[in-house]
Design a protein around this ligand. Structure first.
Ligand code: SAM
Length: 279
């Protein structure tokens, strides 16, 4: 018997078989299903043999009102399932405000693990997964996009973004210019027939995508790797100097001065300095 609560239920991101047994159980027993787009979700519910359940739409423009309906349903003992068009609700999808309002109203929120494009992409990216940042969709405006990408120049984590087929070339143009030597993985149409993972240097991405129109079709997750620090190429005496200097001066300044003096790449010195600081 399921307890009365608001359940956050992930649904497939392409392949309709990607749904957990628990998600099916919740959807089958729900007294109310709140869906981003009720018509879209009916395709999945039909496949699961679920019909006749009361449904309401819950999207960016009506979350507050829908939260009231959900609270009322749970408080009278109902089971509410919140679903989005694909993947995990709340992850670049509606639901955040519903969860916030419901929690404040002491409604129990039970999240189910399940499909999520960013995690699926990261797992196949062949980029480090020990530390990563999910950044949502790339900004659309060029200035903001450039600044966002520039901020990744010296980070030590993999950055993961969502992108649409319409914008992928323009976006990768900027990524390639700003971070030419970074490894990127373009994850396209995951779990679907034309699932592809393109692992390349950022500077080569646009040429690669333009070479075949099929390569820009479908949905994308873009993972950007951190620039690897070739610490072994930095002599021990330079490392020692770096270690001493960062005790009293800003990392950026120390890296710049030592780069001038030694001819070693400023980025490599900067990244090593950050690592030494952490240690
Ligand atoms: N809530 C979803 C999740 O859990 O991943 C994300 C919803 S967001 C509105 C949609 C974006 O997710 C797409 O534009 C694309 O960037 C990414 N995405 C979703 N499904 C995908 C798939 N099968 N392959 C690649 N990217 C996908």
């Amino acid at each position: 018997m399921l307890e009365s609560a608001l359940y956050i239920v992930p649904t497939p991101i392409g392949n309709l078989d990607d749904i957990t047994l628990r998600a099916i159980e919740v959807l089958k027993n729900a007294t109310l299903i709140a869906a981003e787009d009720t018509r879209h979700s009916k395709i999945l519910l039909d496949k699961l043999g679920i019909s006749g359940t009361r449904m309401i739409s819950c999207h960016d423009h009506n979350e507050e009102q829908r939260a009231d309906v959900i609270i009322e349903e749970v408080k009278k003992g109902g089971i509410v399932a919140l679903i989005s068009d694909a993947g995990s609700p709340l992850i670049n999808d509606p639901g955040y405000r519903v969860v916030t309002i419901c929690s404040k109203a002491d409604v129990k929120v039970i999240p189910l693990p399940g499909p999520c494009a960013l995690i699926t992409a990261l797992e196949a990216s062949a980029l480090p997964t020990d530390k990563f940042m999910f950044c949502g969709f790339f900004p659309v405006k060029e200035k903001e996009l450039t600044e966002t990408v520039q901020a990744l120049e010296n980070v030590d984590y993999t950055a993961v973004f969502y992108e649409t087929p319409r914008r992928i070339i323009d976006t990768m143009e900027i990524v390639g210019k700003v971070l030419p030597e970074h490894d990127v993985t373009l994850c396209r149409e995951m779990t679907k027939t034309f699932e592809s993972f393109y692992r390349l240097k950022a500077k080569d991405a646009v040429e690669f995508l333009k070479a075949d129109a099929d390569r820009t079709k479908g949905e994308f997750v873009v993972a950007i790797g951190a620039l690897k620090v070739e610490t072994s190429s930095i002599p021990a005496n330079v490392e020692k100097a770096l270690k001493e200097l960062i005790k009293t001066s800003p990392v950026k300044q120390v890296a710049a001065v030592l780069a001038d003096l030694t001819g070693i790449k400023k980025n490599d010195l900067y990244n090593l300095a950050l690592k030494l600081k952490e240690e």
